[in-house]
Design a protein around this ligand. Sequence first.
Ligand SMILES: Nc1ncnc2c1ncn2[C@@H]1O[C@H](COP(=O)(O)OP(=O)(O)O)[C@@H](O)[C@H]1O
Ligand SMILES: [Mg+2]
Length: 181
Amino acid sequence: MSLFALGRLDGIQEKGNETLKDIYFNLDKSIQSLRNISTELRPLILDTLGLFPSIEWLLNEFYKKTHIKYSIYNQVEENIKGKTISTGIFRIFQEALTNITKHAKATKVEVKIYKQDNKIYFEITDDGIGIDNSKSKSPFSMGILSMNERAKLIRAQLSIEQVQPHGTKIIMVLNLKNNHD
Ligand SMILES: Nc1ncnc2c1ncn2[C@@H]1O[C@H](COP(=O)(O)OP(=O)(O)O)[C@@H](O)[C@H]1O
Ligand SMILES: [Mg+2]
């Protein structure tokens, strides 16, 4: 976006402008292929291991990258293998962890997965600075928006809460009834 904006500034010479367009075009293509690669990589681990081990793998990768500690408590015995549901939940976890990496300044992350009344609850809690509401509602906040969209697709409810004294909790509730895949 900054490149795009730069290209529109007055006073940039014709030649420089062409170069900017090239960079912009190539960057855009790279982002596209990166997206394709990561969406193609995703089902591999999900298909072979199912959802829960994939979440553990994700957390472990997150730890290797950030050195933020995590704990995982999973009370649900049967693994989730359905493609749509497991992909949706996996993606929501991915975005939540990316946000913790980028914004939270957290020292630890707690994941809880449990079952109640035919629903599975997924909670991701960090002990970071918490979400500044004015920022999360900005039109550039595509991450939270896409988490909500993904939740809708699998008919899960997603909510985000402030944690005391500080931090963020994401709660996802997946209704197992009428949710076939
Ligand atoms: N775990 C978190 N801790 C603190 N702030 C957060 C967290 N997750 C999201 N935010 C805030 O909410 C905003 C919106 O997040 P998101 O929609 O994912 O957009 P982006 O990550 O691209 O900024 C972030 O810019 C950040 O200010
Ligand atoms: Mg984000």
